[in-house]
Design a protein around this ligand. Structure first.
Ligand code: ADP
Length: 228
């Protein structure tokens, strides 16, 4: 069996031998080469659009995947490409923010593109910032024009990136309930500038798995193993 998470932007596969692969969602077929549909447990936004034996929700996949790294997790926050999901495992409640792009990976990608850098460079730029630029806009489009204003006034790219992460973190932190063991997952969590900003804004440390983007794919695989 494999776990296949076809998300809004990237497709991730977890293989039984412990390997993971990530491609753009439109190229998900590369992950299932030689694998029969009856050997696929799918999850993610496009879970029903790909061949599968079983399709499970991202909530179930996240719970099974996060448990592998943090068995006593209380809350899972999944900051993905086009939405942010908050799963409270203590009472099985679920909150989805897909209305505002400014708190999703798409906004980080948009910002990176605007600044002419890769999304994977945002974290290091943040860490080199001397003084985070003050950004107050809650809407993505206005946030971009605020970033331009700060740069016109003389702020460095590093300071603007850090300011952008803090305003992103303020939006996401509002969705997170009070808990001690909160796990962050999703591709955006590979950005250490963003996680640092989130910890500072929330005033607490989060649990971050070594491979945060493939947790749901791993969860789909583990689900298939536990409930064949
Ligand atoms: P989805 O499941 O919705 O497709 P993911 O959890 O795969 O989303 O997250 C995709 C987001 O992760 C991208 O929008 C981007 O912001 C971020 N991302 C992906 N790779 C990296 C990276 N190497 N460094 C920082 N951020 C990344």
């Amino acid at each position: 069996m494999i776990g296949l998470d076809v998300g809004s932007t990237t497709a991730k596969a977890a293989y039984p031998e412990g390997k993971f692969r990530i491609v753009e969602s439109r190229n998900w077929r590369e992950l299932t080469d030689g694998i029969a549909p009856c050997d696929i447990v799918s999850t993610g936004y496009f879970r029903k659009s790909v061949p599968h034996k079983l399709a499970i929700t991202e909530i179930t996949a996240a719970a099974f995947g996060a448990r592998e790294y943090f068995p006593d997790a209380e809350v899972i926050v999944d900051i993905g490409g086009q939405d942010t999901k908050v799963i409270d495992l203590r009472n099985n409640t679920f909150l989805l923010n897909d209305k505002c792009s400014a708190g999703t990976g798409a906004f980080l990608e948009f910002t990176a593109k605007y600044l002419g850098i890769q999304v994977s460079e945002l974290g290091d730029l943040h860490m080199r910032a001397k003084k985070a630029a003050q950004l107050n806009s809650t809407c993505g489009v206005f946030a971009i024009s605020e970033m331009i204003s700060r740069m016109v006034e003389g702020a460095s790219v590093e300071d603007v990136v850090a300011g952008m992460h803090y305003s992103f973190a303020r939006r996401v932190a509002k969705l997170i309930p009070e808990a001690d063991r909160i796990v962050l997952i999703g591709g955006t969590v590979k950005n250490r500038g963003l996680t640092a900003a989130l910890e500072e804004v929330a005033g607490k440390r989060f649990l971050i798995p070594p491979a945060p983007q493939t947790v749901n794919a791993l969860g789909a695989l583990r689900y298939s193993e536990e409930r064949p």
